[in-house]
Design a protein around this ligand. Structure first.
Ligand code: HEC
Ligand code: HEC
Ligand code: HEC
Ligand code: HEC
Ligand code: HEC
Ligand code: HEC
Length: 214
């Protein structure tokens, strides 16, 4: 009994080395195939799911906030009825660009394709929600939030958006091919997480379906 155990142990290394070699020879192509499949999926799948589109016109936030000295509210503001004029209108650009300020080809295109013919720029909204969602910037304004917080305007916007104030170029708009909506739109769970914070119980923030779906 004892002897046979020793014998078994003695044979163990030789057997497992053989197994490893046998397996290794078959496993290598299998392993490489798996890696190849993963890499292909990684590269191809996002392109099948998402399409990327450039904004119709270049816009540089850093330059316009810095050199041109504009406040966010020059282009993104609440109207007196509380609705949000988020999408910059042509007026916001024509104010300064009705005649060229520099030699940039993008500025020349802005004038010849949009300002001169009086055609609004069809901007994509990265944050754009489906029709069935109700969202109001008035309920999430600096005044309302700063009843309890001390957000700066840029910090508040960046709670829900990418920090655009730091970008010299507008990012590409990425559309989910299945839903037709922006990939960067906020998910329902993200709205609900903030509404459910204990500190927000005294506010109008609520997770009743009818608050966000009218
Ligand atoms: C001269 C006009 C102008 C000013 C001033 C300006 N922006 Fe913008 N902003 C734009 C344009 C043009 C876009 C691209 C179109 C769009 O996304 O609606 C944009 C897009 C954005 C977006 C993305 C919205 C979305 O989901 O599509 C955010 C967020 C934003 N700006 C924040 C800011 C902040 C914060 C400031 C101040 C620090 C600011 N902007 C100042 C013109 C302006
Ligand atoms: C307060 C004035 C002002 C307003 C309003 C304004 N711009 Fe400008 N813009 C400037 C200045 C100043 C420059 C720099 C000009 C130069 O030296 O080339 C500039 C440059 C540009 C350029 C070329 C440089 C680059 O980096 O792309 C584009 C394109 C442009 N603006 C688009 C817009 C659009 C679109 C709007 C409206 C959403 C707008 N601007 C509103 C002042 C303004
Ligand atoms: C609590 C989250 C939240 C905050 C804070 C917030 N936004 Fe938004 N924003 C959204 C959502 C959600 C949308 C999409 C609304 C829709 O499609 O009905 C949006 C849309 C926009 C758009 C696109 C509008 C359009 O129709 O083209 C702009 C521009 C914008 N926001 C700028 C800002 C700026 C500037 C600030 C800061 C002053 C800000 N937002 C603060 C959530 C927020
Ligand atoms: C009635 C006071 C009150 C108002 C109004 C209020 N908050 Fe808050 N908020 C709080 C308190 C208290 C906390 C911390 C306790 C907690 O996390 O529940 C908090 C936490 C937060 C947090 C998580 C902690 C952090 O700072 O990262 C965020 C984000 C936030 N609030 C955003 C907002 C936004 C955006 C608004 C405006 C739409 C707003 N709050 C309005 C009281 C308020
Ligand atoms: C960072 C925190 C935060 C996020 C993210 C957020 N909210 Fe809110 N929301 C609040 C707070 C706080 C209030 C209450 C403000 C007050 O009463 O002063 C509020 C109020 C509202 C109201 C107004 C309710 C009423 O009856 O007046 C609506 C509608 C709403 N949110 C929808 C949304 C939707 C839709 C989203 C996601 C796309 C969203 N919110 C994301 C914090 C947030
Ligand atoms: C605080 C805001 C908010 C509340 C409260 C809310 N939703 Fe939503 N809901 C959204 C937003 C934003 C979207 C779109 C983004 C997404 O699909 O995640 C959405 C999407 C949906 C969709 C479509 C999902 C899909 O995949 O197309 C359904 C269905 C839905 N909500 C049902 C409900 C029901 C039922 C309730 C109540 C239990 C509810 N919602 C409460 C914000 C809200």
């Amino acid at each position: 009994m004892r002897k046979s155990l020793e014998q078994q142990h003695g044979r163990e290394p030789a057997r497992s080395a053989f197994l490893l070699r046998a397996l290794g020879r078959d496993a290598l192509p299998l392993f490489l195939g798996l890696v190849l499949a993963l890499l292909t999926g990684w590269a191809v799948f996002p392109q099948v799911l998402y399409s990327r589109e450039e904004q119709p016109m270049a816009f540089n936030h850093v330059l316009h906030i810095g050199q041109a000295g504009l406040d966010c509210g020059a282009c993104h503001y609440l109207r007196s009825d509380g609705s949000f004029a988020g999408r910059p209108s042509l007026e916001n650009c024509a104010e300064c660009h009705s005649a060229p300020l520099g030699k940039d080809p993008a500025e020349q295109r802005l004038i010849s394709e949009y300002i001169d013919p009086g055609r609004e720029i069809p901007w994509f909204a990265y944050a754009g929600q489906p029709e069935h969602v109700f969202f109001s910037h008035a309920a999430h304004s600096l005044e309302r939030c700063n009843a309890c917080h001390e957000f700066t305007k840029i910090r508040l916007c960046a709670r829900c958006h990418a920090d655009m104030s730091a970008g010299a170029e507008l990012p590409a708009y990425v559309k989910d091919r299945l839903t037709g909506y922006s990939k960067d739109a906020m998910a329902m769970s993200a709205c609900e997480r903030c509404h459910a914070l204990p500190g927000h119980a005294p506010t109008t923030a609520s997770n009743d379906c009818a608050v966000c779906h009218k």
